[in-house]
Design a protein around this ligand. Structure first.
Ligand SMILES: [Zn+2]
Length: 197
């Protein structure tokens, strides 16, 4: 019942919220400025990830001091998936979902300030403007007793469950072993693919 009410609320949110809330050319300028600051010239517009305009809260973060958010369309499917997982005795623990351009910039800057090279940072993180987390469609899942992401996630019941069931709800693992994005294997990172658009 509660889930149905929530889904109804989400549908209203989707109906009454505009989809063109973002100024694309301004956003691309922000990305270009980061690339120029870092002396990186390559810019592939097709790989830019835009920030969600329709965020909804999906729960508190693991620290209990903030909220996790997803794009409303991904959230509807996430809640359906979560309900089925719970019926199979799987309880999701999530480290992060939506991340803004500014948040991604802070992550990169913190690592640069700690002395890491940009080449090394980009093996684990994407540049602001390129993270799938901007879209509000991506989720990073955690192991039961850990508060950090690890390849060991592939040995968990949650990973096995996701591998078998997540596709039914539109969620896919983005960075499999030896993926062609140049990003390390990330068994914890699952992205909703909206087949409607
Ligand atoms: Zn991720």
């Amino acid at each position: 019942m509660l889930l149905n009410l929530f889904l109804f609320y989400l549908c209203l949110t989707i109906l009454y919220s505009g989809t063109s809330c973002q100024d694309t050319s301004k956003y691309i300028k922000k990305v270009e400025s980061i690339l120029s600051d870092l002396k990186l010239s390559e810019l592939n517009h097709s790989e830019i990830q835009y920030e969600s305009c329709n965020l909804v809260t999906i729960g508190k973060n693991i620290y209990g001091n903030g909220f996790l958010k997803l794009d409303s369309i991904a959230a509807v499917n996430f809640f359906k998936m979560k309900e089925k997982a719970a019926a199979d005795s799987i309880e999701f623990r999530i480290l992060s979902a939506y991340r803004s351009f500014e948040h991604q910039k802070q992550i990169i800057n913190r690592k640069l300030n700690s002395g890491q090279s940009i080449d090394n940072i980009l093996k684990e993180n994407t540049l602001p403007g390129y993270s799938e987390h901007h879209t509000g469609y991506a989720i990073d899942f955690l192991e039961d007793n850990k508060n950090y992401l690890s390849v060991n996630f592939e040995n968990t019941k949650t990973f096995k469950w996701l591998s078998k069931n997540a596709n039914n709800y539109g969620f896919y693992m983005s960075y499999s072993k030896n993926n062609n994005h140049g990003i390390m294997y990330e068994p914890w990172h699952w992205m909703f693919k909206n087949n409607v658009d």
